[in-house]
Write a protein that binds this ligand. Structure first.
Ligand code: GAR
Length: 204
């Protein structure tokens, strides 16, 4: 059984897609141990609680500085000791020490076709604003492993989504979620849970 911790910051529609996929058997061999949000008001926390999944908030605002937050966050994760950490719309940089401790065991969903529209400042709705500003006709989503860089880790899967005439950032965001994100992320978790994408040996 693959034990996962899902990290979220907002709406939690990707978390919902994962929980639904576990319920309907599209993801097998997987248990969500906990959901962690940096934002106490994230709707994602309610989604987790409605599913009887332990949900907790760890906010950088509750710590004197980023180093103290990073340490607490990393310690919490080490205590939970999941097989896999899933960043599902988590908008906080993962502490370098956590990336080290969970090398090859953290995956992220990004709402664009990396290496386009990614890196510092490219998150959430901004990604779609930038894609529309540039005038691309195709965008999409990417699932990738997390390394010490920003959106630079090894790509697991990608799916293209067409931009349509008259798209607003909100409309495009929704289409990318429906057509790509909610498909790719559950699929990647199931592939990992069932050995089609191997994880490194656990060293914790
Ligand atoms: C999703 O579109 C996700 O790809 C994006 O934030 C949104 C969260 O939505 N993540 C990033 O931009 C990470 N760089 P959700 O809370 O409804 O899943």
């Amino acid at each position: 059984m693959l034990k996962i911790v899902v990290c979220v910051s907002g709406g939690g529609t990707n978390l919902q897609a994962i929980m639904d996929a576990i319920d309907n058997g599209k993801i097998t061999n997987t248990e969500i141990m906990a959901v962690i949000s940096n934002n106490a008001h994230a709707k994602a926390l309610n989604r987790a609680r409605n599913h009887n999944i332990p949900a907790l908030c760890l906010s950088p605002k509750s710590y004197p500085d980023r180093a103290a937050f990073n340490e607490a966050f990393t310690e919490k994760m080490k205590k939970l000791s999941p097989d896999l950490i899933v960043l599902a719309g988590f908008l906080v940089a993962i502490p370098p020490a956590m990336v080290d401790a969970f090398e090859g065991r953290i995956i992220n969903i990004h709402p664009a076709l990396i290496p386009s529209f990614c890196g510092v400042g490219y998150y959430g709705l901004h990604v779609h604003e930038k894609a529309l500003e540039y005038g691309v006709k195709v965008t999409g989503a990417t699932v990738h492993f997390v390394d010490q860089g920003m959106d630079t880790g090894r790509i697991i899967s990608q799916k293209a989504v067409y931009v349509q005439e008259g798209d607003t950032p909100e409309v495009l965001q929704r289409r990318v979620m429906e057509e790509a994100e909610w498909v790719l992320l559950p699929q990647a978790i199931d592939d990992i849970a069932n050995g089609r994408i191997p994880l490194p040996k656990k060293n914790l």
